[in-house]
Design a protein around this ligand. Sequence first.
Ligand SMILES: *Cc1c(COP(=O)(O)O)cnc(C)c1O
Length: 372
Amino acid sequence: MKKEKKAIYVTQPVLPPLKEFNEFLKQIWDNKILTNNGPFHQQFEEALASYLGVKYVSLFSNGTLALITALHALNITGEVITTPFSFVATTHSLWWNKIKPVFVDIEDRFYNLDPEKIEAAITPQTTAILPVHVYGNPCNVDRIREISDTHGLKLIYDAAHAFGVKINENSIANYGDLSILSFHATKVFNTIEGGAIICHNAAMKKRIDFLKNFGFADEETVVSPGINAKMNEIQSAFGLLQLKTIDEAIRKRKVIAHRYRELLKGMNGISCLFDIKEVHHNYAYFPVLIDQEFYGKTRDDLYELLKHNAYYGRRYFYPLISHFPPYSKLSSASSENLTIANKIADRVICLPIFPDLEISEVDNICQIIQNQ
Ligand SMILES: *Cc1c(COP(=O)(O)O)cnc(C)c1O
């Protein structure tokens, strides 16, 4: 009997060595501190700040609550300019703050917010820009900072995909007034669920830490209607161990990405992204674009074909956020306003990439793509 091929998904989480995790669990069982800024939480925050090369880290129970809290921390109101080409949580964080999202189109090199189209979308109600480093590739951070400074806007980066990414050795999380990370199981670095806000001064870190703990400044003082978004001790211990292997994990991702590029190079109707010299990439995703005219099949045909062979790619980010209720009725959600985003969303597929993916699987996937 032919053995059923094991399904390969778009990603697979990295887990810490069970033995080391058990030792940490033992410490938690002994000291009986489970949450509320315990010893593992404190160690993990410090270790993360040092690993990333950022000043202040505030850990969160997930990236979405980090985004929601970041907007609240800066008192953002009115309208915020953002990208439709992202995971839906980016725009949901605005909705939860009663902020109106204003979608601006993306550029066609890395599919990030197009800086040249931002200014036309600014109105007297605009208070901030919320770009995403999509797939972990840096936005045009210099140009976007220039625009936000000129117009007096706050700048918050959704860096959920960009863990470990650096521009000229400087962490991408240092850009913007605040940057948000996600440590969800599907991300490059995971604490099962988790996230963080990166900020640049002690007063802001204090405000964020109050907000994620119901707004408590001390036992008797509540500074704001805060939320509960704390990371617990078990996840912090898990994260602390993950830091030991993250560099190796990114190195393995790089080998896989380069193998894909080598094999897909020159294939008709298939295009991949590329590395930028000054950037330390994290290879969080491996998106390819399918041009039906030259490839002969649509993106959805290829998606089904791979599935048939037990390779589960994902059509990130299709549909666009602007196509989901309650955003689809906004005037900025129109397809005329978002031509490039619509074009990319219709053509993109993310192929499997994770540190333990065998090179032979990459070769198989490329064979299937080539032979169709
Ligand atoms: C994963 C993700 C989030 C949300 O993070 P969670 O930790 O899953 O809440 C936000 N933005 C983007 C771009 C993401 O990919």
